[in-house]
Design a protein. Structure first.
Length: 535
């Protein structure tokens, strides 16, 4: 069955008014039939507030007005890696417990590099998006794992995103219900060892990617009404995402367009209908990964016209997704969780124009200089084993062979690195391990420390400094700080409220477990958001 979304804005708005005004009695004290995680990469609370007048009444604004809206949530972790944050969200605990400390790390006392995300491609050259996800192993339980186990394996746990890496960190996901976009042929695909369902083939036969890729991206409203219009009115706002010259990945530009969100929404709606998510006796889960950031660019700032336009379009996508949930499950039988993994930042150039200290830090250069310093002081050798996620791995075997003192080496490294431009704090692994309790000044580093994976030296940058990493010909800009983000919980038995106080995202998963009357998560401290579970 192929499901096409129609315009039913008036119907869904009327339903919401009735549902939340009279608080339907029959739904009390029963768990929701469908839990939907809407993850929006790079979304900030400031954007929701700044652009709210451009949104409809049945998308973002309905969620913020009718749900529990936390305006300032944060991931108290050292890593900026999206997978680390998602693992924290689903497990309710820090990387020091769940083990995903960053995108990659070196195994203890070896030169072997391990990656958090592993994807076994069936054909790396001709079909790079086709393969099998090797789902990362968490070292504790997670909320989707609990839901599946508590249902005697009957619950369906599904996920869809633009890339296989998007869906890899959603806790437990049914292998046959994990989907992503294929840049080779424009289809939505799953793990290569899974046969496609008939409805998936029918969806792909509609060739939506070909329809969307031929569209021009122009302003969706009067361009003079955009927030940044006065600053950018001289520039052209007209883009095309035609098939690329890469004959093996002709659709690779499509995932950086606003239309990828529309395609994912279409597919998610069809999954709800055809897999009967939320329409069976158990609680099902659907995770959807949208994008709030325009282009494959790390220097797009928060309020560019393109980003505002992308959010207006995403608002409509979310409204239509809620329409589907309402029609087939009922919003009163669903729990919608909207979260974000923001890394937005202001460019150092713009900060410097306002006399704010900022700049770029290169970990590779820092390691080169540190190695030269060690060679001058302790003799020739490769003293630095590697660098990952602002962590330096020191060659302990070389220290042992030269019969040097570990603590002296680590202290020298910290003293040398702290004088570098942009460095705020430097701390060694030994110091972290010997701390008796959490210390506010180093709590994000302590939360990210996992023995056997973490580096020997941690470097924390000053607030407005950014890490620069060169990978072959591409240059990636990684914000050093984790920014506060919105969290919205909407649906079954949720009282509309706005919370301005800061909330640790580790509180979300234990709260969902409590609301669904599940066992406690074994890695979390089970500190709950009491306001969403009191009913």
């Amino acid at each position: 069955m192929f499901y096409k979304i129609k315009n039913m804005h008036k119907k869904i708005l009327l339903f919401v008014v009735i549902c939340f005004s009279f608080n339907i009695a029959f739904s009390k004290n029963t768990p929701p039939k469908l839990v939907v995680f809407i993850h929006i990469d790079q979304l900030t609370t400031n954007q929701l507030q700044r652009f709210h007048h451009s949104f409809s009444d049945i998308g973002f604004n309905m969620l913020t007005n009718k749900g529990a809206y936390y305006t300032s949530t944060y991931y108290d972790v050292f890593s900026s890696y999206k997978g680390t944050k998602l693992a924290t969200l689903y497990t309710g605990t820090a990387p020091s417990t769940h083990g995903i400390i960053g995108s990659s790390w070196y195994k203890n006392n070896t030169q072997e590099e391990s990656k958090a995300f592993n994807f076994h491609k069936t054909n790396d050259y001709f079909h790079p998006d086709s393969g099998i996800i090797n789902y990362p192993k968490f070292y504790c339980s997670n909320i989707t794992d609990l839901i599946k186990h508590n249902s005697n394996e009957k619950s369906k746990i599904a996920s869809v995103g633009a890339t296989p890496e998007d869906v890899a960190f959603d806790g437990y996901v049914d292998k046959n219900l994990s989907f992503w976009f294929d840049t080779s042929d424009g289809n939505i695909i799953s793990n290569a060892d899974i046969d496609s369902n008939a409805w998936v083939n029918n969806f792909n036969n509609m060739n939506f990617a070909d329809i969307y890729i031929n569209k021009e991206w122009t302003p969706i409203k009067d361009i003079s009404k955009y927030y940044d219009y006065k600053k950018e009115k001289s520039k052209k706002f007209k883009y095309k995402f035609n098939k690329s010259d890469d004959k093996y990945r002709p659709y690779k530009n499509f995932i950086f367009s606003p239309f990828v969100n529309t395609l994912l929404r279409d597919f998610a709606a069809n999954m709800i209908v055809n897999e009967k998510l939320g329409q069976r006796e158990t609680t099902d889960v659907l995770s959807i990964h949208f994008k709030a950031k325009a282009f494959n660019s790390n220097n797009c700032e928060t309020f560019k016209m393109e980003n505002e336009d992308m959010l207006i379009r995403l608002d409509r996508n979310i409204a239509e997704l809620l329409e589907t949930i309402n029609l087939y499950v009922g919003l009163q039988n669903s729990l919608i969780i909207l979260s974000s993994t923001p890394n937005n930042y202001r460019k150092p150039q713009s900060l410097e124009n306002h006399n704010v200290d900022s700049g770029y830090f290169s970990g590779k250069k820092a390691c080169t200089l540190l190695n030269l310093y060690f060679m001058a002081k302790y003799g020739q050798g490769k003293w630095i084993k590697g660098y990952k996620n602002r962590q330096i791995y020191i060659n302990k075997k070389l220290i042992e062979n030269k019969k040097l003192d570990y603590n002296s080496i680590f202290n020298d490294a910290c003293s040398f690195l702290i004088d570098m431009a942009g460095v705020d704090k430097v701390i060694s692994e030994n110091t972290i391990r010997n701390m008796d309790s959490k210390i506010n000044r180093f709590i994000s580093i302590q939360n990210n420390y996992f023995y056997g994976r973490s580096g020997d030296i941690f470097i924390e940058l000053k607030p407005n400094w950014t890490e620069e990493i060169k990978n072959h010909k591409e240059k990636f800009i990684i914000p050093a700080k984790n920014y506060s983000s919105p969290l919205i919980i909407f649906g079954k038995d949720i009282t509309p409220q706005i919370f301005l106080n800061s909330i640790d995202m580790k509180q979300l998963a234990p709260s969902i477990a409590a609301k669904l009357k599940l066992p406690k998560l074994n890695g979390a401290n089970n500190s709950n958001l009491l306001e969403i579970i009191k009913k």
